[in-house]
Design a protein around this ligand. Structure first.
Ligand code: GLY
Length: 391
């Protein structure tokens, strides 16, 4: 009787056993591989289509190569091949990457950076395949055509609503230019990217280091015309994925330049995010930090994944204290995203890895669905954290 009550007390107090982070990551990478192979095979006979999201019944919705998300699935396959090389994964990764090769000549949007660098950039990094080099060079030239020296920024979208819109997302496309500048010994690519990042730091941020989504410039004078949103709740709100793009973008710019102003900006954004009173306990943000009805609104797993991947990189550039803080948040995010709360059931939901992302709430588009870029930055974060654990 006594023994039984002692055991009871013990079991009441015992914490549930938590899997090691290494175990979580390895299981997540295995699951991601299974899902992505199923996904790749489901589109084997549709050579001009790439995964985008799902419909309300959980069926796969695809996109054409010119969609801004087309490069993410090829990138997922490359990360998974890097994790555990196999001929099957390599053949599929090459196949999906080459589906979007013609996008290297796209000059109508800044997204050419996302499209070509997540796909061909990873193929070159992992295979050292020199056939990717002309593609990335052409894409960098294409992106550079969108730079207007009078403004000092790359124009993000061609739009009738705005004359010269620059969105915070554009920070992500600078990675291809910075890389290409070194690879092809073309200083202009870096000059464009650095000018863009500096002017964005000047005009996109509020005093609390949250950022606007869209800043519209006057193309003649380079002055700011307006500061607004497209995918956020309101012009003055903090759209969650946009904050993620900012964190990732400035961290990446510091990687290439070692310019402390970029590091300081990344850390300031991290401070804003990590201290935000409406960042939930599992560290996966609501779709907008100022969304009405918090906590009764949607999370955005894609924002969580982008922030997670960025924090892991940023942890390598700061003192021990900050580094520990960033990694602790990233660990929580990885554990959350890898749990049934955000990971799809196997062979389900179009074979995406994650669920619960938000594409564009004000447009009533892609709400609480899987998104290919959520999967990309999640798998990247898994690979980045695994490298830290293994070192
Ligand atoms: N770059 C578009 C988005 O983040 O939704």
């Amino acid at each position: 009787m006594l023994l039984a009550s002692v055991l009871l007390i013990h079991s009441a107090k015992a914490k549930p056993l938590q899997k090691s982070l290494k175990e979580v990551i390895n299981t997540a990478l295995e699951f991601s591989t299974k899902q992505s192979l199923l996904m790749a095979k489901s589109l084997e006979n549709k050579p001009a289509e790439l995964p985008r999201t799902t419909n309300t019944f959980g069926n796969l919705i695809t996109c054409k190569p010119n969609n801004w998300v087309s490069g993410f699935f090829p990138g997922v396959l490359w990360y998974l091949y890097e994790n555990k090389p196999s001929e099957e994964l390599k053949t599929l990764a090459v196949n999906y990457t080459h589906r979007i090769e013609n996008q290297q000549f796209t000059t109508s949007t800044h997204d050419v950076g996302f499209i070509i660098f997540c796909s061909f950039g990873n193929q070159y990094r992992i295979l050292n395949d020199t056939s990717c080099l002309p593609v990335i060079l052409n894409a960098s030239i294409s992106l550079s055509t969108r730079y207007n020296p009078s403004v000092g920024l790359i124009r993000s979208w061609n739009s009738v609503k705005w004359k010269y819109p620059v969105i915070i997302d554009n920070m992500m496309n600078l990675e291809m230019l910075m890389w290409a500048s070194q690879q092809y010994n073309q200083p202009e690519f870096a000059q464009i990217a650095i000018s863009h990042a500096k002017k964005t730091a000047l005009n996109h941020f509020r005093p609390d280091n949250s950022c606007y989504h869209v800043v519209n410039y006057n193309p003649e004078t380079g002055n700011v015309d307006s500061k607004t949103t497209h995918q956020g709740y309101a012009n003055e709100s903090s759209w969650a994925r946009g904050q993620g793009w900012a964190l990732y973008g400035y961290t990446m710019m510091y990687r290439f330049t070692k310019d402390s102003t970029f590091l300081n900006k990344a850390c300031a954004v991290a401070t804003y995010l990590l201290n935000h009173p409406r960042l939930p306990e599992d560290k996966i943000p609501y779709w907008d930090f100022d969304a009405p009805n918090i906590p009764d609104t949607y999370r955005d797993a894609s924002a969580g994944a982008v922030i997670c991947s960025a924090l892991i990189e940023l942890s390598g550039y700061v003192d021990k204290n900050k580094s520990r803080k960033y990694l602790a948040v990233a660990e929580k995010q990885i554990r959350a995203l890898s749990s049934p709360a955000y990971s799809n059931a196997a062979d389900n939901n179009g074979n995406f890895i994650l669920k619960h992302s938000v594409g564009a709430m004000p447009q009533n588009s892609e709400i609480d669905v899987p998104l290919s870029y959520a999967d990309y930055y999640y798998v990247e974060a898994l690979m980045r954290f695994r490298t830290i654990i293994n070192n």
